[in-house]
Design a protein around this ligand. Structure first.
Ligand code: AGP
Length: 360
């Protein structure tokens, strides 16, 4: 590839380290001279005109969509459904009267997503693509594009594109809220600046992540990721990251679902990563940790500054409660990276996987 790794042993590590700059670049790109949000008027109008948004994506981009649903529903008050592209294509849900489709795709070339785009365009609907590659197929064939400005992502495991997707979705949600005259107690560009600094702090302190990966994951064949609410979605992403590059069987679970089945899998020393960044869910998720510990699990609690308890393994710097996924995903990325490294896996090119999946 003509993108150089420089002194980095892997593209993945380089791309993780680039994340603070990606966020700062997005802040610049989506800002007018007067400091206000800069978005095409036609996109604003499409967001205003719709009665329901359908987000369609695969893999990590789908996980970003799950968080994006929370942003758009909570800030802009528009109902959002999030669909896996390959499922949507052959099991189309009933559509509302004025649907708007949002495709999220790092590459803009994912065949499953494109198949849905072709279908909904044929039906006469409008589509917006969030992509890292303007000019890609999904960008050209949609009505509107919001670029991610993450720079080329080479590693198969997506990292910086995910946080870019989240940042652009937050900007879109705030802009839509404002266009509808809703007042928000939220300055997105300022809050994203705080996020960039928080990610930088994490990237400057990787030792603890390496330790967790070495002690905790390198000898196991399975791992749990527990979260509630927005943390649950980050757990899905953390588990995907770990499985794709380290080949450890990993699953993200909603804390409350444990007792409905998954807890049967807990054995002595099963690694359980639990994420707690939401004050109103903190007691509940810590209750879930107690349940798995009582069955022998080995817990690793990741909490947020200001919410830490004794025994927490790691604390992320405090950021706005809506934007925690952009920061809490970073320890997950790093733990996966070091676990893969420890197990001698090919981090940038994991077996059986392609960077962009251009077959359905
Ligand atoms: C992420 O780490 C994966 N390799 C994969 O899930 C990816 O996110 C998915 O294939 C979607 O790709 P896209 O964003 O380019 O459409």
């Amino acid at each position: 590839s003509d993108i150089e790794k420089g002194t980095y042993p892997h593209y993945m590590l380089k791309e993780i380290d680039e994340q603070p700059f990606v966020i700062r670049n997005i802040i610049q790109q989506y800002q007018n001279e007067d400091g206000n949000l800069k978005l095409e008027e036609s996109i604003r109008q499409a967001m205003k005109d719709t009665d329901r948004i359908y987000i369609v994506a695969c893999g990590t981009s789908y996980h970003a969509g799950l968080v994006g649903k929370q942003f758009i529903e909570k800030m802009a008050g528009i109902p959002v459904e999030v669909h896996i592209a390959s499922e949507f294509c052959y099991n189309m849900p009933l559509l509302s009267k004025k649907p708007l489709f949002i495709f999220i795709s790092q590459s803009g070339e994912t065949a499953d997503s494109r198949a849905v785009l072709v279908q909904v365009k044929k039906m006469g609907y409008k589509a917006l693509t969030l992509t890292n590659v303007p000019g890609s197929t999904l960008s050209r064939e949609a009505d509107y594009t919001l670029p991610l400005y993450a720079g080329p992502e080479i590693a198969v495991a997506s990292t910086k594109a995910y946080i870019a997707q989240l940042a652009v979705l937050a900007i879109l949600a705030v802009d839509t809220a404002r266009a509808q005259g809703l007042s928000l107690d939220f300055e997105p560009l300022k809050e994203l600046g705080i996020v960039a600094n928080a990610i930088e702090t994490l990237c400057d302190n990787k030792d603890e992540m390496k330790k967790i990966a070495d002690e905790f994951l390198s000898t196991h064949h399975n791992a749990f990721f527990l979260g509630r609410g927005i943390d649950f979605y980050v757990c899905l992403e953390g588990a995907l990251k770990l499985k794709e590059i380290s080949y450890i069987q990993a699953e993200g679970f909603a804390g409350g679902e444990l007792k409905h089945g998954p807890i049967a899998l807990i054995e002595k020393d099963t690694p359980v990563v639990a994420l707690s960044t939401q004050k109103q869910l903190d007691l509940n998720i810590r209750g879930n940790v107690k349940e798995v510990v009582a069955r022998g699990a080995n817990p690793c609690i990741i909490s947020m500054e200001g919410m830490e308890n004794e025994g927490d393994r790691f604390t992320i710097p405090a950021v706005h409660e809506m934007l925690t996924p952009l920061v809490s995903v970073v320890p997950m990325q790093l733990i996966s990276y070091y676990a893969a490294l420890h197990r001698g896996c090919d981090v940038d090119k994991p077996r059986n996987l392609a960077k962009s999946v251009t077959v359905e």
